[in-house]
Ligand binder design. Structure first.
Ligand SMILES: Cc1ncc(C[n+]2csc(CCOP(=O)(O)OP(=O)(O)O)c2C)c(N)n1
Ligand SMILES: [Mg+2]
Length: 360
């Protein structure tokens, strides 16, 4: 009952499955990267997708139950984030998620309970109840700023530091189709390009920015931008987790070996509102045909069906699913316990913020 209507009774459509398979073979380098994935890696990505979806479903339920007022969800866009993060070397690389890339936090090692705590603003949440933009430098996650596009120059700077120190890491951040229209994006992207730093920018085109459709804020094709900035551009099918994974592997290899920044263009679709409270508006702004087109391309359904066809035993899929369901249920319980016992004291409002420190 918390799924978009297009996902209820979802079944793989033969034409869509053929398209999914074709995407995986159209580029020999990507096909070879995918063929090297072990069953464990394949199942880890499956678990990552489910974790992200169930994280969002829990938040949606909390909104309906009055636990929280609203939530920013990524339903339908999970494969961009999960494929990107799994394509990195998570021991050394760093990521900068937007609020719609919450799954990146889970995959980098921030617990789902902490993600939920942040929504509940508890004293034991990562920001101690101050901000639901989650980050953790020990996990290699830079928290997003509210101003969209702002991480673009920050990531150019981080990549410059890596380059100057001669380190092997790369950094990756996501930029929404709308956020690419900010000055910060253009300044940061150009800076990364001219300094030739190991940064990957994923332009996550979910076809809408708040209530403005893609064609209302952009005239030409995104892919032309790589040439304009003088960097490598790789397109990928954003709802195909294996394609987003393979594109990231290639991008990381290029950036890691001194080829400068890479833009990954990921086409996907927001299967709901900007926030939970404008889902009805989204259905009026975006055509029914678009919802139907993308609804047939549920990233999780398509991937599950791929795994079944490619010999992953159903029991292994069920086991992975059961483990994630259990993990989310435990995380929800722990976070709600924090809400009952660990809400921040009012005096702590000025701790850990610049104004509070300056006033001493
Ligand atoms: C610089 C700036 N301008 C406006 C906003 C208000 N705002 C928040 S999200 C958003 C839309 C972003 O769209 P997009 O970048 O496509 O990301 P999506 O929400 O689709 O994931 C806007 C306009 C903001 N946060 N920052
Ligand atoms: Mg968008």
């Amino acid at each position: 009952m918390f799924d978009p209507p297009e996902y209820v009774n979802w079944k793989p459509d033969p034409g869509i499955i053929a398209e999914f398979e074709q995407t995986l073979t159209r580029d020999s380098q990507r096909a070879s990267i995918i063929s090297e994935l072990t069953e464990k890696q394949l199942l880890d990505m499956y678990a990552g997708l489910l974790r992200f979806r169930l994280h969002d479903i829990t938040l949606r339920r909390w909104v309906k139950q009055g636990v929280i007022a609203k939530a920013w969800l990524a339903t339908g866009e999970e494969a961009v984030t999960i494929g990107n993060v799994h394509g990195l070397d998570r021991a050394i690389d760093k990521v900068g998620p937007m609020i719609r890339n919450a799954g990146a936090c889970h995959e980098m090692g921030i617990s789902v309970a902490d993600m939920f705590r942040e929504y509940l603003a508890t004293a034991d949440s990562p920001s101690k109840g101050k901000d639901l933009h989650v980050g953790s430098t020990t996990n290699g996650v830079i928290a997003p700023a509210s101003q969209v596009g702002a991480l673009t120059p920050v990531f150019a700077g981080m990549a410059l530091a890596i380059k100057k120190r001669g380190e092997k890491a790369v950094v990756l951040t996501w930029v929404g189709d709308g956020a690419t229209k900010t000055t910060a994006f253009h300044e940061g992207m150009n800076l990364a390009a001219v300094l030739h730093v190991p940064a990957i920018y994923v332009l996550q085109n979910n076809q809408i920015a708040l209530g403005t459709r893609f064609e209302q804020h952009q005239a030409g094709p995104f892919t032309a931008w790589a040439k304009a900035y003088g960097v490598t551009g790789l397109s990928c099918a954003g709802n195909n987790v294996l394609d987003t994974y393979a594109a990231t592997k290639l991008a990381a290899q290029l950036a890691r070996t001194g080829h400068g920044p890479v833009i990954i263009f990921a086409e996907t679709f927001r299967m709901g509102g900007h926030v939970t409270h404008d889902e009805i508006d989204a259905r009026q702004i975006i055509s029914k045909a678009m919802f139907e087109y993308w609804g047939k391309r549920d990233p999780i359904g398509m991937y599950e069906s791929y795994l079944e066809r490619h010999g992953v035993p159903k029991t292994n899929l069920e086991q992975a699913e059961a483990k994630v369901i259990e993990e989310i249920a435990r995380a929800e319980k722990e976070a709600l316990e924090s809400r009952d016992r660990k809400m921040p004291e009012p005096e702590t409002a000025i701790e850990g913020v610049y104004a509070g420190q300056d006033s001493e």
